[in-house]
Ligand binder design. Structure first.
Ligand SMILES: NC(=O)c1ccc[n+]([C@@H]2O[C@H](COP(=O)([O-])OP(=O)(O)OC[C@H]3O[C@@H](n4cnc5c(N)ncnc54)[C@H](O)[C@@H]3O)[C@@H](O)[C@H]2O)c1
Length: 299
């Protein structure tokens, strides 16, 4: 009797979810206000991090900007201030746990509780696995995923106490799909996607429904992060369209933001199609970028 009841309940839940999604297509989505929120953006000195900081500045958030690059950070701060935002900058190397914890303590003491945390700082080395040096692999893991653990562990307690906050993970399409000459980077971004999903699940189980999570997964963006990317999949993204999608995702509490959104279909294909057919499709996409190949490192 029990399995039958469970099956009926599952089918009812499934139907309800689809109906809810259908209704939401026609009802305008409510966007939350981020005015007055204390927003911390890592890697705010350039690219996606800078553009995200500017979007929060336009929406009257109070900003805490972290980056390893002092000049980039100062430029971003200046642009945010021109928009009327209050901004504090901290030169932080996100590959170093103690530096993160030290800066987090300073932020809490001097400015208060961070309520929106944007883990954006990232690094990449494009090379085949044997040409990638040990320290490069280590750094990709330190910045692209371990830093997310340290910043979240530093700022989540206050969010938990207030049952209010938002943790944003800037991952990548490389956190869902693999690419040659990015073995360590893809691994670190798969970890970032996993971190986001596991944290989301844990917060739900703990009943912290006031703490939202968003994960951003874009393909190549025109920031210079990857050198000379080209693909037959479509154009290289501009920063503005990525950050527009990210902000929409944050303001409407979307859990996963794919740019472009067609990646969802590709994910479905990956689960449905046989390997040979997938390899054929992969060849058609013809993804290329500058990479070191065949120079085996000795350390
Ligand atoms: N550009 C792309 O093609 C692309 C695609 C998908 C995902 N992403 C992700 O988007 C995020 C931002 O990338 P971007 O394209 O804006 O790159 P970017 O190089 O333009 O900006 C990255 C910023 O992070 C900072 N940073 C690097 N190492 C740091 C460290 N140890 N501590 C503190 N700050 C550090 C840099 O100084 C820089 O200001 C990254 O996580 C990246 O993996 C980028």
């Amino acid at each position: 009797m029990r399995p039958l009841l469970d099956l009926l309940l599952f089918l009812a839940t499934l139907l309800y979810s689809y109906l809810e999604a259908l209704v939401k297509l026609f009802v305008p989505v409510r966007r939350k206000s981020v005015s007055g929120e204390l927003v911390l953006v890592t890697g705010a000195g350039h690219g996606v991090g800078r553009a995200t900081a500017l979007e929060f500045a336009k929406r009257r958030s109070r900003l805490v900007l972290w980056d390893i690059n002092k000049h980039g950070l100062e430029d971003t701060a200046e642009q945010c201030q021109e928009l009327g935002a209050t901004v504090q900058t901290f030169v932080v190397d996100c590959s170093k746990r103690e530096e993160i914890y030290g800066a987090a303590e300073k932020v809490k003491k001097e400015l208060g509780d961070v309520s929106i945390l944007v883990n954006n700082a990232g690094v990449i080395t494009t090379a085949d696995l044997l040409s990638t040096q040990d320290h490069q692999i280590q750094r990709m893991f330190e910045v692209n995923i371990l830093a997310h653990m340290w910043t979240t562990r530093a700022f989540l307690p206050a969010m938990m106490d207030n049952n209010h906050g938002h943790v944003v993970t800037v991952a990548s399409a490389a956190g869902h799909f693999v690419t040659p000459y990015m073995v360590a980077y893809c691994s670190s971004k798969f970890a970032a996607v996993g971190f986001h999903k596991a944290l989301t699940d844990e917060l739900a189980v703990l009943g912290k429904d006031g703490i939202k999570t968003t994960c951003l997964c874009p393909v190549f963006i025109n920031t210079g992060f990857v050198k000379n990317p080209r693909t037959r999949l479509g154009k290289i993204l501009e920063i503005e369209e990525v950050v527009e999608a990210l902000m929409e995702g944050i303001l409407t509490n979307q859990k996963m933001v794919f740019v472009p959104s067609a990646q969802r279909v590709a994910l479905l294909f990956e689960r449905l199609f046989p390997e040979r057919a997938l390899n054929f499709l992969k060849k058609l996409t013809d993804v290329e970028f500058d990479a070191v190949i065949g120079q085996r490192s000795t350390q």
